[in-house]
Design a binder for this molecule. Structure first.
Ligand code: ME8
Length: 556
């Protein structure tokens, strides 16, 4: 027998801190499925890393300053601080409903954040990278970003928000971004995976190669922002303020002081991944590393720019007002099903269209008929009726070709799924996991355990049931990052405790036979009950969806 692993040593070897973040969302409106998509992705990453035993920190939060928020508060007849305080609640509760278990929730109006922004400013200033000058240009309040003439559509419209930009003329502090054109290109060269997907990285490189202009980083025409420390007439440009959240939430930048979280998850983290939508890639892949290079602070490992979700083919955004809130969807399907749908259908990095009909099809086809059916046929039926509900003994010496085939499939699937999850290719991880679900269903079809029971072939029946039960145990781990609650329910049916990720302990399945003999399985209702046509109709009606079939959610 192999000696038990030395957990203390294992812990040290595996202590590779992983930091994952979402964008901090503007609080000018309610959360919608686009925000949910980014936040679920980050939660899946963090749950996966924790399962592997890595110390992990998952940050999300809110972007509460800027002209856009100041104007929204005014529309609501509220002081900006009262307005942002009120808006924080729906975001927090949405992440709770979706089981997004963040470690930190940063709000940029906090005193700690303000101090961090001012510290980072000072570090850049000490480098000689900040100067005062006059400025005149076009500004889109929706993007909170300056626009060049070249970028504008006819009639001076912002190409993203399709709204007129404003002419801004004021005295402003500038960051010497132009100085960082070459250092950024060198950094990109040395870090070929800095931006994912690759095609997006090429866009970023082309943009930088054209040469960067210095960036205006302060405003005097409104007050709702972090004041510039030595010149409080100015507030810090909202993007410099917002990007700093990734370090302020950890107590950084801490040029002198001690900040344990910042040390662990920024300065010495093995991996720092910022998950963002492709709309805000330039801020993260160009401005943010330039600020950090200037301040002499470590640059993140990777910016992962995912694609854009449309609803029935239409662009969805708070500014355009046609957004789907996640709440009613969670109510209708449960958090895990919605999480599964987000991660399953659209290739991470590609655009996709959200369709209720397609969500129902995936639910019935893959969750109810695929995984649900597999669990049911074996746990609730064969094992309960023929083996007294207990897990049989694994007999390695009596494995048959079909058993070996399924075991090999499980090993290959677990290995591939892990590789894909490391690379944030969630859809691929689920593809390979579903190949295992199909292979296990096929195995049940061909080994026909109900016949073995009838014919009294007890030993073979036990072997077949064990093979499926152990496959289900593996699936309860492999699917945990995406569907944590359903996986723990499945584990309870298998007579196993809930998964409890622990630093230093790798829980990913690799050795066959972890399910001990004699454990009592439990049957506790269907994990994924199938919706019949009338249930489907009533769900769609409740969600206010047209009866007309919608285009499927397909990666474009
Ligand atoms: O840009 N499809 O905040 P924001 C997919 N505060 N993802 C979507 C989406 C859609 N239709 N709509 C929104 C900001 N998102 C800044 C960020 S970070 C330092 C500051 C997601 O409220 C996606 O992640 O406009 C996108 O990048 C983000 O929400 C924009 O959120």
């Amino acid at each position: 027998m192999a000696p038990p692993p030395n957990l203390a040593n294992l812990g040290r070897r595996m202590a590779r801190p992983y930091y994952v973040t979402t964008p901090i969302y503007y609080v000018n409106d309610q959360p919608h499925i686009g925000h949910a998509y980014s936040t679920v992705a980050a939660d899946v990453v963090s749950r996966y890393q924790r399962l592997r035993g890595h110390p992990t920190y998952f940050l999300t939060g809110l972007d509460e300053y800027g002209l856009k928020i100041e104007r929204r508060a005014k529309e609501e007849n509220l002081a900006p601080q009262d307005f942002v305080d009120r808006m924080a609640t729906p975001f927090r509760s949405t992440w709770e409903e979706l089981d997004c278990a963040h470690d930190g929730f940063i709000r940029t109006t906090s005193a700690e954040h303000r101090e961090s922004v001012q510290t980072l400013w000072k570090m850049m200033e000490d480098k000689g990278d900040i100067y005062l000058d006059d400025y005149e240009d076009w500004y889109c309040v929706g993007c909170e970003s300056f626009k060049t003439e070249k970028e504008l559509l006819e009639g001076n419209l912002c190409p993203i928000h399709q709204k007129p930009v404003e002419r801004i003329k004021e005295r402003s502090y500038f960051f010497r971004l132009s100085k960082y054109t070459q250092p950024l290109l060198d950094f990109f060269e040395a870090h070929p995976d800095f931006v994912q997907p690759d095609a997006r990285f090429n866009e970023v490189k082309s943009f930088v190669k054209e040469g960067l202009r210095d960036l205006s980083i302060s405003r005097t025409s409104f007050r709702w922002g972090v004041p510039v420390a030595n010149d409080p007439e100015h507030v810090v440009y909202v993007w410099l303020d917002a990007l700093t959240n990734y370090i302020s939430a950890l107590g950084g930048p801490a040029p002198k002081g001690i900040a344990p979280l910042y040390d662990e998850f920024w300065t010495s983290a093995e991996t720092i991944t910022h998950i963002v939508g492709k709309d805000i890639l330039r801020f993260h892949a160009v401005y943010w590393p330039a600020f950090l290079l200037s301040a002499g602070v470590r640059v993140p490992s990777q910016i992962w720019a995912h694609g854009w979700l449309t609803v029935n083919g239409e662009k969805m955004s708070k500014s355009l007002g046609n957004f789907l809130p996640p709440g009613p969807l969670v109510e209708a399907f449960g958090a895990d099903v919605l999480r599964y749908y987000f991660m399953r259908e659209v290739g991470f990095g590609q655009d996709g269209d959200f369709s209720h009909r397609n969500l129902l099809n995936r639910y019935n086809g893959e969750l109810a008929n695929g995984l649900g059916n597999l669990i049911n046929r074996i746990v609730a039926s064969i094992v309960k009726k023929n083996l007294g509900g207990r897990v049989p003994r694994l007999r390695l010496d009596a494995l048959e070709e079909a058993d070996r085939h399924l075991i090999d499939k499980a090993k290959a699937s677990a290995c591939d799924a892990a590789r894909h999850l490391e690379a944030l290719a969630f859809h691929r991880a689920l593809d390979t996991t579903w190949e295992l679900v199909s292979a296990a269903n096929k195995y049940v079809d061909t080994t026909e355990p109900w016949k073995l029971a009838k014919q009294g072939e007890q030993q073979r029946l036990e072997q077949v049931c064990y093979t499926v039960l152990e496959t289900l145990r593996w699936l309860s781990i492999m699917l945990f990052p995406v569907m944590p609650n359903k996986c723990n329910e499945l584990r309870s049916q298998l007579g196993l405790p809930p998964l409890l990720p622990t630093v230093g302990v790798d829980l990913w399945p690799s050795a066959w036979g972890g399910l001990g003999p004699g454990i009592e399985t439990r049957t506790a209702g269907l994990l994924f009950p199938r919706f019949d046509e009338s249930q489907e109709r009533s769900i769609l009606e409740r969600l206010g969806v047209d009866k007309e079939p919608q285009p499927g959610l397909r990666a474009k």
